[in-house]
Design a protein around this ligand. Sequence first.
Ligand SMILES: Cc1cc2nc3c(=O)[nH]c(=O)nc-3n(C[C@H](O)[C@H](O)[C@H](O)COP(=O)(O)O)c2cc1C
Length: 211
Amino acid sequence: MKIDSVRREYTYADLSRETISENPVAQFSIWLDEVVGTNTDDSTAMSLVTFGTDGFPQSRIVLLKYFDENGFIFFTNYNSEKGISIESNPAVGLHFYWPKLERQVRISGFASKTETNLSDKYFHSRPLMSQISAIISEQSTEIPSRKYLENQFEILQNQLQNGKPARPENWGGYRVKPEKFEFWQGRENRLHDRISYEKQGDVWLIKRLAP
Ligand SMILES: Cc1cc2nc3c(=O)[nH]c(=O)nc-3n(C[C@H](O)[C@H](O)[C@H](O)COP(=O)(O)O)c2cc1C
């Protein structure tokens, strides 16, 4: 298939220093509301970038579950590849891409484990079957077969007999405290708008960047 001519023009909106919020979390909230309102699948999905212990950067998609001034929260297995990477280097990147709105947002920050009561609350808000999967999956480790996974699932399901499982200690949230943001809005003729925020003490320094 010929892909070198695959391209489109971006004309949906613009982004200016005059209309953008002084606060990046408020600006993120405006954009997230807008994309969630379009009913696009996985609009809360973000690429999480970590530094692997082998020195290579690694990215994978996770779902954003909460955010506020204190940080951006996702949930995972603390013993997974990403968990191990974060423990050795808490500097991470978050990256959202919303093609329908021709937007991307990039966030850099430091990740740390959330309070256990938030992890408990979120764990138990998930469907029971997802809770069982989270418990039996030693995320990112090698397993012998698909059958093995399904057996582990069935064994725990039978043991529980519809009882409520406890959250495993190795499953919970990470909160990414942001240091930098970049908001990107696609524009016509590739003259895109890019506005960045960088934390300087208690204030956010705002800059327009060349596309
Ligand atoms: C749309 C989507 C949402 C996902 N959400 C999560 C999530 O919230 N938490 C998670 O641990 N993995 C999630 N995953 C799976 C991860 O991308 C990844 O495969 C898994 O966490 C293992 O990553 P690691 O081996 O780099 O630690 C999601 C995948 C997709 C495609």
